[in-house]
Design a protein around this ligand. Sequence first.
Ligand code: OGA
Ligand code: NI
Length: 340
Amino acid sequence: MNNELVSTWCNLNSSVPSSYVHPEDKRPANSIINTEEKIPVIDFGGHDRAHIIRNIISSAENYGFFQVINHGVSKELIDNTLNIFKEFHAMPVDERVSETSKDPNGSCKLYTGSGRYCSDVARYWKDSLQHPCPPSGEFMQYWPEKPLGYREIVGKYTQELSTLGLKILELISEGLGLDPEYFNGDFTAKPVVISHHYPPCPEPGLTLGASSHKDPNILTILLQQEGIIGLQVFKDGAWIPVQPIPGAFVVNMGFMLQIITNGRLIGALHRVVTNSTTSRHTIAYFINPTEESIVEPAKSVISSTSPPKYRPMTFGELKWNFMNKGPSFAAELGDDIKSS
Ligand code: OGA
Ligand code: NI
């Protein structure tokens, strides 16, 4: 499996192997791109809390996405973390495999080409490293120890992202009139970090770095490498490219937050396109609940005029349905966001 890592063979190919070629209607070359529109940018450095909250809520309602600047995580820590992940993906493949094989239960994963859904018919042009992170401290013993400093740097980064994530969720709770403690505890207990490496691709029009998907979790905070556009968000029938802003994070609502808010905030569809010249690295920090957490519309957002649109289910069930039914699961639940 691991010798299939895209990074180990992609330099040898001048075309995309057929297993990576996506059906015509899913290819980036055949889709509508909207370069006019931009994902909202929110400045957390401002002192007008009410203004920040209003911006978060309207971005989450209209796009399901925003970028955040002046968020308090230092540029130095961000750069060090991105660099350590880049170095990881550049290590010899045997070392990458041995550094990610310490947990017999497989909490740390190195994988490739993986889509979100069982219904995916083609593979994806990326390699990913994934593992749980604080507060699930017990997993740190299984993290890579190479490159040197990995645990220290990634530990600090994920700790700070946990704080930032809770702050964003607190602002969202305030904006929606949820209990300020709503997201503390089980709903945010199982965060996961994924370092994605999208190598250069000889035919970017035919394949994708990541499927058109919604994240099933609560919230995702993504760091994009500067200077390369890859992420696109689906809105009003077209794909909006998310322009990287140095030092900024891209924040997106997961489908679980859509359910909790009874459909008010949207877990938007997004995907990743590749390019032919440069490797692209991103760090996705997923705020995940425990598997047993019950996902349902919050009591304070439902009323006789706004009845629940979604039935209660555990997060484990939500994830299973996402994987096995794909985008049709969201539709089954009454989600009206058209897939592409
Ligand atoms: C994800 C994701 C986007 C990117 O990991 O769910 O959407 O640009 N990543 O890596
Ligand atoms: Ni995603």
